[in-house]
Design a protein around this ligand. Structure first.
Ligand code: ZN
Length: 235
């Protein structure tokens, strides 16, 4: 079994009627719903309001892949919990950061750049697969049309990456590295841009396929979490 934790800030869905209509169970509920249909996935959820944001040491130790969606409470997110997540990724846990989670403390700590980008509400996107041989692209069409999505545009201030699996084109003319992979320590990271809270992006089967593939890709290769710090140095 692959043990997945879907973490969501869960603020917009509770505060705004129009967003609650799109995601009545929260974005985490929608994502956990379709991931839970996979035979080899064991899925749990946690949200910001839980003690330690629901991401305690015990929870992370029993998580193979952590999926995060965040936006309005990035600054309020606990430094201590962010450092804990970073440590687990370096020791092998997989991480999938969705949409505005590019700007989460966890992603800034792991990637080390400003993570800034351009944005504009109410655009539409053609999401092109730009690495068809990549494991995350298997069974995914070469282009996915998202009739409503928030524009995220370059320059996206991320460090040198492993692969750009998807590139977004927006009707305003902007392009964006919408699906990218990174390696940090022993962990694999996938950042995926689609998923603005006002639009039903995570109900689309093609998007669900990408996230299922991403879970497999980010699943740790090593069975044991391996802390690379404090290793004895032998001469
Ligand atoms: Zn957004």
């Amino acid at each position: 079994m692959i043990r997945i934790m879907v973490w969501n800030e869960y603020k917009h869905e509770r505060e705004y009627e129009n967003i609650r209509k799109v995601y009545p169970e929260g974005i985490h509920g929608c994502i956990a719903g379709f991931l839970g249909k996979e035979e080899d996935f064991a899925v749990r959820t946690a949200t910001f309001d839980m003690s330690e944001h629901g991401l305690t040491e015990d929870v992370l130790r029993e998580t193979d892949v952590l999926i995060i969606w965040s936006h309005a409470l990035q600054d309020e997110f606990s430094d201590e919990v962010a450092e804990r997540v970073q440590r687990h990724v370096l020791a092998g846990m997989g991480l999938i950061a969705l949409h505005s989670a590019h700007y989460s403390k966890v992603m800034k700590m792991l990637l080390g750049t400003s993570m800034t980008l351009k944005w504009r509400h109410g655009d539409n996107e053609k999401l092109w697969c730009t690495a068809p041989a990549h494991p995350i692209a298997q069974g995914v069409p070469e282009m996915i049309e998202l009739s409503k999505e928030e524009m995220y545009g370059e320059f996206f201030d991320i460090p040198k990456l492993d692969d750009v699996v998807f590139t977004g084109w927006f009707s305003g003319g902007e392009v964006f590295r919408s699906g990218c992979t990174f390696s940090r320590g022993l962990g694999r990271i996938f950042y995926f841009q689609p998923g603005h809270e006002e639009y039903p992006i995570y109900y689309k089967p093609e998007i669900q396929k990408i996230l299922v593939n991403a879970v497999h890709f980010c699943t740790p290769v090593l069975k044991e979490r391996t802390n690379l710090e404090n290793r004895e140095i032998k001469h």
